[in-house]
Design a protein around this ligand. Structure first.
Ligand code: CO
Ligand code: CO
Length: 326
């Protein structure tokens, strides 16, 4: 669903409870509920249809995607449960086993435990996790609390929406496919842990609404975000494919909904602009971090992020538009 539609649908459901630290009225990554003075649980769920043919890799990517919202809040994963839609007449049982093994490997990688799950018959395959994490109630990192003067770091390159669309149409060479899979299957866990050593004012992960959609949700009444289009990490092949008009529906929807709200200062080439709106699967973290800490942060996450992480802009006092792209 697009960001506009979703807001309308959930607006009447806003809950009240004194222990809610983060509810869903502000489009944050996960819900946070205080258990006592020192502990809050972080809850989120997500599932996706296959993005690659290999069931083990699909399981890894879907799990990394589901776990990511916990890391975006600065929390640690404790437990997870599988959510599966599966067509047992057309897909062999072994494939399901491989999907779940891929997911479980990712849960274990970040120190979590798989506790069960639920499978239904469904003509369309989907898989993901319901995840519970834990955090100190005062240490929750929100998506919309960025401070003017901070810089913005993006930890994974854009283009996964375009590339997974190319994969589905069998239009991608195996080197690029392996690179895309490596990036999507990578957990944001270590990056999140390292981030917590620094002065970070806000964080979110980049998924279906694309960089600019999630950046939009990160804005508040005091700030705008200034993004340097040419500094944003993007996979070169994704740009080529975008120029060949291999563009997923979600990316087109994002652009339609968001473009008017963004101040594009310069002429930006079609491929770059498309990728700024591209719907990501298991994308990176967008971190608002103190200017003086950014270099150190980048060098500490270099291996985790395969060298892709970059400073892509800065948080500035409120302008006419929430986001400026230069
Ligand atoms: Co998120
Ligand atoms: Co999510």
């Amino acid at each position: 669903m697009g960001p506009g539609d979703l807001k309308q649908v959930i607006s009447s459901l806003v809950p009240t409870d004194e222990n809610i630290v983060v509810g869903f009225e502000k489009s944050e990554d996960a819900a946070v509920y205080k258990i006592n003075e020192n502990e809050a649980i972080v809850q989120t769920l997500d599932f996706i249809t296959p993005v690659v043919d290999d069931p083990y890799l699909y399981g890894q990517i879907a799990a990394a995607n589901s776990l990511s919202d916990v890391f975006a809040m600065g929390a640690e994963v404790k437990t997870a449960m599988n959510i599966v839609g599966f067509d047992r007449c057309n897909i062999p049982k072994e494939a399901l086993g491989e999907i779940l093994r891929g997911g479980n490997d990712k849960i274990k990688e970040c120190g979590g435990v798989l506790l069960g799950g639920h499978t239904i018959e469904s003509p369309e395959m989907y898989y993901g996790l319901s995840v519970t994490g834990i955090i100190h109630p005062d240490k929750v990192l929100r998506n919309n609390s960025a401070k003017a003067g901070d810089v913005l770091v993006l930890t994974k390159p854009l283009g996964m929406g375009v590339l997974t669309t190319a994969i589905k149409r069998d239009l991608l060479d195996s080197d690029t496919m392996n690179e895309a899979v490596k990036i999507m299957a990578a957990l944001n866990h270590k990056t999140s842990q390292i981030m917590r050593e620094f002065r970070v004012s806000a964080c979110t992960d980049i998924t279906g609404f694309g960089l600019l959609g999630h950046a939009m949700e990160s804005c508040n009444d005091d700030i705008s975000l200034n993004i340097h289009a040419n500094e944003v990490p993007m996979l070169e092949v994704a740009k080529q494919k975008a120029n060949e008009k291999i563009i997923p529906g979600g990316t087109i929807k994002n652009r339609k909904y968001l473009e008017e709200m963004i101040d594009f200062k310069n002429e930006i080439d079609f491929a770059t602009k498309t990728l700024l709106f591209d719907a990501q699967t298991s994308g990176g973290l967008l971190v608002s971090i103190h200017k003086e800490d950014a270099k150190n942060f980048l060098s500490k996450i270099e291996d985790e992020t395969f060298g892709y992480a970059k400073i892509i802009g800065e948080v500035i006092p409120k302008k006419d538009k929430a986001i400026i792209v230069e």
